[in-house]
Design a binder for this molecule. Structure first.
Ligand code: G6P
Length: 617
C-alpha cells in the first residue's frame, strides 16, 4: 500500500526512481510523483492516475536532476486521489520534499499547530504535516542535519509510517524513517537505494538491509547509517535477495497475473523444496519453535486477511484431521477486538503473502503480548510479520506483482500442509510412514497443477461467455467451501461483479432464494473416493439449484460421472487426496475470474480501489 523509492548515486536519479516506481505500482496506483535535486533546487512532478500519467508529464516538462531523488506511488487514505494530494509534499519554501506510506493518526492536531505557526497547507493529506514539521525542525537546526530533524519529527508522530525526505540543504542525501510500514535499503557500489520492496532496486543490486521498527536511515552514495529515533546507532541485518530482476518481469505475458498463474507448478515445487532431511524427517526453515514448545500446544488460531484467510480456512481441515489440535481461523482485523483467549499453549499461525498487512501484524503483536507463540507463513523475506514472529515458514513463491493473489495462495496451502505434517511429526500423531505418504502426495502436486493448467482453455471460453452475468454464486463443502470463497473473492476483485460463496449445505437455509433462471452457480465437488457422504450431498445440492433454473458449472474429479447429468459445464480436475484438492480446484476459479475480467476490459494486475499490500488498518 503506497510504494516508495529513494536513490542517491551517480545514475540519473529520475530514471532510477521512476523505474523503481514501475516495480511498485502494485502497491498503489491512484497517483504518482517524484522529487529530484538539481542545480541547488528541488524539482517535483506529480500526477493523479497511473504512473503512465507521471511519465507523460515528465516527458512534456523534463526535470533536470543530478542529485538525490525520491518517488511515490499512492493508494489514497487521506484526501482524494488527485494531483494536489499526490506525493511528494513540499514545505512552503519548496526546499524539502517528503513521501509517505501509512497514516499519521495525530495529523489533525499537528496541522492545527502548524497552521497557527503560519504554515500554508495545500493538500488534504496527513503527509503534508510531516513536510512542514520536518522543515520547521530543520530550520531550528540552522538547516543542518536532516536526519536529526527526521528523528525529532518521528518522535512526535503517532500511527504507522514510512517517511522519506530529501532537502536542497544536502543534495547528496536521502533520509528515511519507519514505524509499522515497510522499508528496505539496497546497497550498491557507490550508490544506494531505499524502497518499500526490493523489487524497486533488484535491477541494480541484490544486497539488502532490513530496517527495524522506529529506525532512521541516512542514505548517501557511499554510506548507509541507521539509528534509532534518539540517534543511537543500531546494528542492521543484511541479506542477499534470492531472486533477480527477471523474476519481476512480465516475460511476454500481457499481465503479471497471467504469468503468475502459469508459474504455479514451479512455485508449489519451490515451497516444498528441501523440507525433508536425509533421514526422511520434515525440517522447516526458520521454524525457531522447538519440538518441545510445539508439543505443548493446546490450541491453534490462524489469523490472516483476504486470500490468505482462505488458505487458513483450508489449513484448519488438514491440521485438525492430522494433528487433532483444535484450530480456529479468524479474519485478522477482527481478532484482537474480541478479547480472544490466548496463552502460552496457543500457537498462532499468521498467514500473509506480503508479511506487511497491518491487520495481521497488529494481531500478531496482540497475540505475542498475550504470550501466545506465533508462527508466520509469508512470501516476502525480511518483511515485518516474520521478523516479529517466533518462527517463520517462507513460501518461496518468488515475487507476486498482480494484486490478486494466485501463486502465493497455492504456496500458502502447501506451506500449511507442511506445518500440519510437521506438527503431527513432532507430536507423534501419525506414524512416520503415514507422514511420508502425504509428503509423497504433496510432491506430485506441481505436476497435477501443470495438468490443470494444460486443460483450462474451456474455462476461458466459459468466462468470456459470462462476461455480462450480473451475479455468480459459488458452492462448496469441506475444503471446497473455502475454495468457493476464494473463487467468489477473485471475481469480485478482478471483474467487479457480485459474487458470493456458500457452504453448499447452507443453501437451503436462505441463499437458495437467490436462484433464478440462468444464474451461473459454480460448484466445487469433493472426490467421491474421499468422503463419499460429502460427495453425495453436494450432488443433491447441484440438482436442487438446477431444478430452480441455475446454470451449473461443476468442478469435479476426472472420472466422476455422477455429476455429468446435472452439469451445464463440467470442469474436470485430476484426482488427488481430499485434503489436497484445493491446490487443483482453485486454478479453474483463478482462470475464470481473470478471463472474465479481461473480457470486461479490466486491468487484472491493478484492479480498481485495491492494493496488494495493505499497510493501514
Ligand atoms: C490485500 C490484497 C489481497 C490479499 C490481502 C492479504 O487485500 O489485495 O490479495 O489477499 O491483502 O494480504 P497478505 O499480504 O497479508 O497475504
Amino acid at each position: 500500500m503506497c510504494g516508495i523509492v529513494g536513490y542517491v548515486g551517480p545514475q540519473p536519479a529520475l530514471d532510477v526512481v521512476v523505474n523503481g516506481l514501475a516495480r511498485l505500482e502494485y502497491r498503489g496506483y491512484d497517483s504518482a510523483g517524484v522529487a529530484v535535486q538539481g542545480g541547488g533546487a528541488l524539482h517535483t512532478e506529480k500526477r493523479a492516475g497511473k504512473l503512465a500519467n507521471l511519465r507523460q508529464a515528465l516527458e512534456n516538462h523534463p526535470v533536470e536532476g543530478d542529485g538525490a531523488g525520491i518517488g511515490h506511488t499512492r493508494w489514497a487514505t487521506h484526501g482524494a486521489p488527485n494531483d494536489v494530494n499526490a506525493h511528494p509534499h513540499v514545505d512552503n519554501d519548496h526546499r524539502l520534499a517528503v513521501v509517505h506510506n501509512g497514516i499519521i493518526e495525530n495529523f489533525a492536531a499537528l496541522r492545527e499547530e502548524l497552521e497557527e505557526a503560519g504554515c500554508k497547507f495545500v493538500s488534504e493529506t496527513d503527509t503534508e504535516v510531516a513536510a512542514h514539521l520536518l522543515s520547521t525542525e530543520l530550520k531550528r537546526r540552522g538547516d543542518r542535519d536532516l536526519a536529526a530533524a527526521m528523528r525529532a519529527v518521528c518522535r512526535r508522530l503517532e500511527g504507522a509510517f514510512t517517511l522519506v525526505a530529501t532537502s536542497v540543504e544536502d543534495p547528496g542525501l536521502v533520509v528515511a524513517a519507519r514505524r509499522n510500514s515497510p522499508l528496505v535499503v539496497g546497497r550498491g557500489e557507490g550508490e544506494n537505494f531505499l524502497a518499500s520492496d526490493v523489487a524497486a532496486f533488484i535491477a541494480h543490486t541484490r544486497e539488502a538491509v532490513e530496517l527495524g521498527q522506529d529506525q532512521v536511515v541516512e542514505l548517501r552514495a557511499d554510506s548507509v547509517a541507521v539509528t534509532d529515533y534518539d540517534g543511537a546507532p543500531v546494528d542492521v541485518n543484511e541479506y542477499h535477495v534470492d531472486w533477480d530482476a527477471s523474476a519481476a518481469e512480465k516475460d511476454g505475458y500481457e499481465y503479471f497475473m497471467l504469468k503468475e498463474i502459469v508459474e504455479q507448478p514451479r512455485a508449489v515445487a519451490d515451497t516444498l523444496l528441501g523440507r525433508v532431511t536425509a533421514d526422511g524427517r520434515l525440517a522447516l526453515d526458520e521454524m525457531r519453535l522447538t519440538p518441545q514448545q510445539l508439543r505443548t500446544v493446546e490450541k491453534i488460531v490462524i489469523i490472516a486477511c483476504g486470500t490468505s484467510y482462505h488458505a487458513g480456512l483450508i489449513a484448519k481441515y488438514a491440521i485438525e484431521h492430522w494433528c487433532r489440535i483444535p484450530c480456529e481461523v479468524e479474519v485478522a482485523s477482527e481478532f484482537r477486538y474480541r478479547d480472544p483467549i490466548l496463552d502460552q499453549q496457543t500457537l498462532v499461525i499468521a498467514i500473509s503473502q506480503s508479511g506487511e498487512s497491518m491487520d495481521t501484524l497488529m494481531a500478531v503483536r496482540y497475540a505475542r503480548e498475550q504470550r501466545a507463540r506465533v508462527l508466520a507463513i509469508c512470501n516476502v523475506n525480511g518483511s515485518t510479520i516474520p521478523r516479529e514472529s517466533d518462527g517463520v515458514l517462507y513460501t518461496h513463491a518468488g515475487p507476486e506483482v498482480g494484486v490478486a493473489a494466485t501463486k502465493t495462495f497455492l504456496t500458502q496451502l502447501a506451506a500449511c500442509y507442511l506445518v500440519g505434517l510437521y506438527l503431527a511429526q513432532v507430536r507423534r500423531m501419525k506414524f512416520d510412514d503415514e507422514i511420508d505418504a502425504v509428503i509423497g502426495q504433496l510432491a506430485t502436486m506441481p505436476d497435477q497443477v501443470e495438468r490443470v493448467l494444460e486443460t483450462v482453455e474451456p474455462v476461458r471460453e466459459l468466462a468470456r461467455s459470462l462476461a455480462d452475468a450480473r451475479t455468480v454464486l459459488f458452492l462448496g463443502r469441506h475444503v471446497g467451501y473455502p475454495v468457493a470463497l476464494e473463487g467468489a473473492l477473485k471475481l469480485k476483485e478482478l471483474a467487479y461483479m457480485h459474487a458470493e460463496a456458500f457452504a453448499a449445505g447452507e443453501l437451503k437455509h436462505g441463499p437458495i432464494a437467490l436462484i433464478e433462471e440462468g444464474l451461473p452457480v459454480v460448484v466445487v465437488v469433493p472426490s467421491p473416493k474421499g468422503r463419499g457422504v460429502l460427495h453425495d450431498k453436494i450432488v443433491s445440492n447441484i440438482q436442487e439449484v438446477r431444478a430452480r433454473g441455475a446454470r451449473t458449472i461443476v468442478i469435479a474429479e476426472e472420472g466422476d460421472e455422477s455429476v455429468r447429468p446435472y452439469s451445464d459445464t463440467l470442469i474436470e480436475i485430476p484426482a488427488v487426496p481430499t485434503l489436497l484438492q484445493p491446490i487443483v480446484s482453485t486454478i479453474p476459479m483463478q482462470v475464470f475470474a481473470c478471463e472474465l475480467a479481461l473480457a470486461k476490459g479490466n486491468d487484472v494486475d491493478q484492479p480498481r480501489n485495491l492494493a496488494k499490500s495493505v499497510t493501514v488498518e
